[in-house]
Design a protein around this ligand. Structure first.
Ligand SMILES: Nc1ncnc2c1ncn2[C@@H]1O[C@H](COP(=O)(O)OP(=O)(O)OP(=O)(O)O)[C@@H](O)[C@H]1O
Length: 252
């Protein structure tokens, strides 16, 4: 269980650099410039008086593949939600591409323009076709209807679902539904994909193909990939691991 509120301690990731040792302007052989920098990040819930996340400091560079790993309740989703602008920290600072993620307007823009989300349960809209689901985030950007339609077709092709444009979510397998969700995550050409237990609802073979698809996007398009998992085998595939226990980043 997470710790209740206490004085912040210094925290370390197992191999994700800390901001103090890694300035945002430096280059690294394992990634580009710093994309995400957290300093003393925390999320306290008054309800239950829980520090879901406490004193998290780390850097993630453009193009890196990072797993956030830890047991159930260790704070993985809390951290992912902060990075994605779905929630705001109660302590500390978070910068994306050198800019603070502070104001509500910054978070809204960040979510729509910078981040593609992939969730365990896909969250496809059941009354929309696969192509229409992929188009949903595009309404937040400046695409014409023709561009939206062409881009959705192209993205579905990219995730291996050519010819499935008009399928309803109920007509798709779990793996296919997750591929549609990945195409949707790519809709506005994000620099960052945040995937929360993306294989959690799939059998191991299908889950492996979904991870390979995400890894290919990371490798070929330099999309920074952050995967939340409780599965050590999934975490081992990433280049770096941010390991959480009781809301704190720990060394292995
Ligand atoms: N809205 C909330 N209100 C109060 N406590 C919360 C809330 N959301 C999360 N928590 C608590 O914060 C802690 C961390 O939750 P979080 O969902 O981040 O963990 P997790 O590592 O993602 O767990 P899991 O692997 O089970 O999804 C848990 O103890 C949880 O009960």
């Amino acid at each position: 269980m997470p710790q209740h509120r206490s004085e912040p301690r210094s925290s370390q990731a197992d191999d994700v650099p800390s901001p103090a040792s890694d300035s945002p302007t430096r280059q690294s052989s394992r990634g580009g410039d710093v994309l995400i920098e957290a300093q003393g990040l925390g999320r306290h819930y008054d309800e239950g008086n829980v520090d879901a996340l406490a004193d998290a400091s780390f850097c993630i560079r453009t193009g890196q593949y990072v797993a956030i790993v830890g047991k159930s309740g260790s704070g993985k989703t809390t951290l992912l939600n902060l990075i994605g602008g779905l929630d705001r920290p109660t302590r500390g600072e978070l910068h994306y591409d050198g800019r603070p993620l502070d104001a509500r307007s910054d978070l809204d823009r960040h979510r729509c323009r910078n981040v593609g989300f992939v969730f365990q349960s896909y969250y496809l809209l059941p009354n929309l076709t696969a192509a229409e689901n992929v188009q949903v985030p595009m309404f937040e950007a400046d695409y014409t209807p023709a561009e939206r339609s062409a881009r959705a077709k192209e993205l579905l092709e990219q995730v291996g679902l050519s010819g499935r444009e008009d399928h309803m979510p109920s007509q798709l397998s779990g793996g296919e539904a997750q591929r549609v969700a990945i195409a949707r995550a790519l809709a506005n050409a994000p620099k960052l994909i945040l995937a929360d237990e993306p294989t959690g609802a799939l059998d191991s073979e299908t889950g492996d193909s979904i991870l390979r698809l995400l890894e290919e996007l990371n490798r070929t398009q330099a999309i920074t990939l952050i995967v939340v998992t409780h599965d050590e085998a999934v975490a081992a595939r990433a280049d770096h691991r941010l390991r959480l226990a009781d809301g704190r980043i720990v060394t292995p």
